[in-house]
Every structure is written in C-alpha cells, then in structure tokens.
Write a protein that binds this ligand. Structure first.
Ligand SMILES: Nc1ncnc2c1ncn2[C@@H]1O[C@H](COP(=O)(O)OP(=O)(O)OP(=O)(O)O)[C@@H](O)[C@H]1O
Ligand SMILES: [Mg+2]
Length: 311
C-alpha cells in the first residue's frame, strides 16, 4: 500500500531523510514515531506528493510519487500538522469547498458532508464558524475533510498534538472506526504510548533514519528486560526477601525502606510470570498481602531505541 525505498531528502546541507525504506500493508495502522526534527513531516509530505524526494522512491497504492502524483492524490487523505486559518467560513462551507475540489456535487455532496460530520461527531457544529471551533473539533474537522472523497490511505501528521486527554481519546476512537472501515493509516506522533493501543505496527525514526520497524509486540520484546514484581508481606520482609533469593529465577529481592512490608523482586525474563513468587512465599508461611507486576514503560522503551541502546 505504501512503500519507500532508500527515500532521501536533503535540504541544502541537511540530510532530513537518509535512505528510508519502509513498507505499510493494506489495513495497517502504522505509527510513525520520532522526536522533533526526525523527518516525520518530510516523509509524510513526500508521500502526499507535496514535496519531491532528493533521491530514492516512494509508492502509494502502486503509484510512484515521482511522476504519478495525480493518481496518488485521489487515493489519499492528508491531514497536515497545522490547520490553517479560514476566516468567515462555516463548517459546512468549509466541507463544501473541499467536496468541490474533488468534483463531488449536488445530492452526493449533501450526503457525503452529512456522513462525515456524523462520523466525526460534528453535526451539531455544522453552521458554526470554523475559526470558532476548539482545537479538538478542528482536528476532527480536518479528518472529516479528508474523508470526503473516501480515500483508501490516510496520512495523518500528529493529529492528536495539543489536545487534552479527553479529546485525544475521542480522536483515537475515531481512528479506530476508520481502521474498522479498512483504511490504511500512517499516523505520526512523538509519543509512543499514544499510538501503541491503536497501531498494529510502528516505525521509529530519528535524524532521518529508520531505527526500527515492526509490530508493537516486537518493539516491546526488544527492550523487555527482566520482570519486576512488587510484593507485600505482613511481617519479616527481610526473611521473605532472603527466601526469595534462593530461587533460581530471582535475580534480586530488595526490601523497600519507605514502604512497610514491600519487597521489590527482579525476576529473570525466562520466567513465564511472577506467580511463583507468591507460591514460594506461601509455602514458607509468609502472609502475602499483595503482589503486582511493574508495567513496562513504553516511553522508556522508545527512549532506549532512539538512544541506540538496543541493537
Ligand atoms: N523547508 C525546509 N528547509 C530546510 N530544512 C528543513 C525544511 N523542512 C524541514 N527541514 C529540516 O528537516 C528535518 C526534519 O524535519 P521534519 O519537519 O520532517 O521533522 P519532524 O519529524 O516532522 O519533526 P516534528 O516532530 O518537530 O514535527 C529538520 O531538521 C528540519 O529542520
Ligand atoms: Mg512534523
């Protein structure tokens, strides 16, 4: 659906994209993640045929960005990272304007606009001025706009940036709906955790280079280290910690000084889960009050990959 081969973009003496090769299949929701200046917008603008690559190739729906841009434009919906200013224009007028660009007229236009407003929960704002919308509504309107011509591929440049948590969730739910409609979506962000639930694949880019591409599970297993469990016993945590240390799969067992009865237990990644910790303690007659696994921090994982700490 989307393929780049050695895609390179040079601005004067700055290499913004450095031989980037990635593949996105039909129906993929691909999270394109990287810090500021990594080259996300540059890549997306090339795919949207708004920017020419210096060298290399990129294909969208089988068409090349070098020479077949016209075909690509009908197939894609591109939401840029900035919304722009639309003075004295209502939401409906705004959508009518874009519908006319795609030569959608008359009854079809009315129906399509009603549909996209409904999908993006903006029907109640159809007569409002575009400039009066909140940021979250504007992001949804930008999505409504690119859905007018029913594109197969959506290129979304940070659609959730600057939104409050609730608006982020709304955008995420909307994107899930689009995913269920079978659209292929490339979505950029600099926050990995924001995308991990939504995307089936991620690509991590830094300084114009693709550091990693694969499934979310793969990236986690790459950075996954030993499991950490926190366990609370009613009494004698020091003795409990010593008992745990005798087990082959326990690498470390430390009594937490500031929390009564709690022990931090590092378990070898070879263990299926940490349930044996509870079993062992109960067998040794310790009263276990509570146990929980420490969550893997996606942001941490991301930082490790972008710092090149993971081969
Ligand atoms: N028109 C331009 N002229 C010169 N350099 C540019 C131009 N556009 C982008 N760059 C440079 O290319 C690099 C990649 O920029 P790009 O906008 O693609 O990054 P990004 O990953 O989208 O970052 P952000 O998260 O801040 O949006 C940056 O170093 C940027 O300064
Ligand atoms: Mg950008």
């Amino acid at each position: 659906m989307i393929e780049t081969r050695y895609l390179t973009k040079v601005y004067k003496d700055l290499v913004a994209l450095d031989k980037l090769s990635l593949t996105i299949d039909q129906g993929d929701i691909y999270g394109f993640i990287g810090p500021n200046g990594a080259g996300k917008t540059t890549t997306i603008r090339i795919l949207a045929t708004l920017l020419r690559p210096t060298s290399g190739q990129a294909f969208v729906c089988g068409y090349s960005v070098n020479g077949q841009a016209k075909h690509i434009r009908r197939k894609i919906g591109y939401v840029p990272d900035e919304f722009g200013v639309y003075e004295d224009m209502s939401v409906t007028e705004y959508l009518e304007f874009f519908a006319s660009l795609y030569e959608i007229t008359g009854k079809d236009r009315k129906r399509v606009i009603r549909d996209v407003l409904e999908l993006t929960d903006l029907s109640y704002k159809k007569t409002a001025e575009v400039d009066s919308l909140s940021r979250g509504m504007r992001q949804r309107l930008a999505l409504a706009r690119v859905l007018i011509h029913d594109p197969d591929v959506l290129l979304l440049d940070e659609p959730a940036s600057g939104l409050d948590p609730r608006a982020r969730i709304e955008i995420r739910e909307l994107l899930k709906e689009l995913r269920n409609m079978g659209k292929t979506i490339l979505i950029s962000s600099h926050i990995l955790s924001e995308l991990s639930e939504l995307c089936n694949k991620v690509g991590i880019i830094e300084s114009g280079k693709l550091l990693f591409t694969g499934t979310v599970t793969e990236i986690l297993s790459k950075v996954r280290s030993n499991e950490i469990a926190l366990v609370q016993v009613r009494e004698a945590p020091e003795r409990a910690a010593a008992a745990l240390l005798e087990h082959d799969l326990v690498i470390r067992a430390e009594v937490l000084a500031d929390r009564e009865g709690w022990i931090e237990v590092e378990v070898d990644k070879g263990a299926d889960d940490v349930s044996f910790v509870t079993r062992l303690l109960i067998e040794r007659s310790f009263a276990v009050l509570s146990i929980r696994e420490q969550e893997i921090d996606l942001e941490e994982a991301f930082m490790q990959v972008t710092k090149g700490q993971v081969a």
